[in-house]
Design a protein around this ligand. Structure first.
Ligand SMILES: [Zn+2]
Length: 117
């Protein structure tokens, strides 16, 4: 089994077990999957998850009074992953725009097309 498949299988199992513990309903999952099919799974998963993470972290931060809290520690890691993902998306978008301009030189200013030195 390729390493990526194993990672996905492990992630799916871990998420599934935790979702079951939180009594996540299959019809709720199906509703989100339908939305993902409309807007693309990665974009939706990233945007939807990040919004929920931020909401959860904001509410927990407001309510938590424990000096050493495992939930705060986990949220800190999850926020780091969300921030990394958001930065990757922004970098990817910028790289796509630059690449797109390279493929359509007429959209570049004259000095970038090599016509004027
Ligand atoms: Zn806490």
């Amino acid at each position: 089994m390729p390493a990526e498949t194993s990672i996905y299988a492990q992630a799916l199992q871990a998420i599934g077990e935790t979702a079951q513990a939180y009594e996540v309903r299959d019809d709720t999952v199906a509703r989100y999957r339908a939305r993902m099919r409309e807007s693309g799974p990665l974009g939706y998963a990233e945007g939807g998850m990040s919004a929920l993470i931020v909401q959860t972290a904001t509410e927990h931060r407001r309510d938590c009074r424990r000096p050493d809290c495992r939930t705060c520690g986990n949220l800190r890691e999850v926020l780091a992953v969300a921030l990394a993902g958001a930065r990757e998306l922004v970098d990817h978008e910028i790289a796509s725009m630059v690449d797109s301009n390279r493929r359509r030189p007429r959209l570049l200013p004259k000095w970038r097309r090599g016509g004027v030195r």
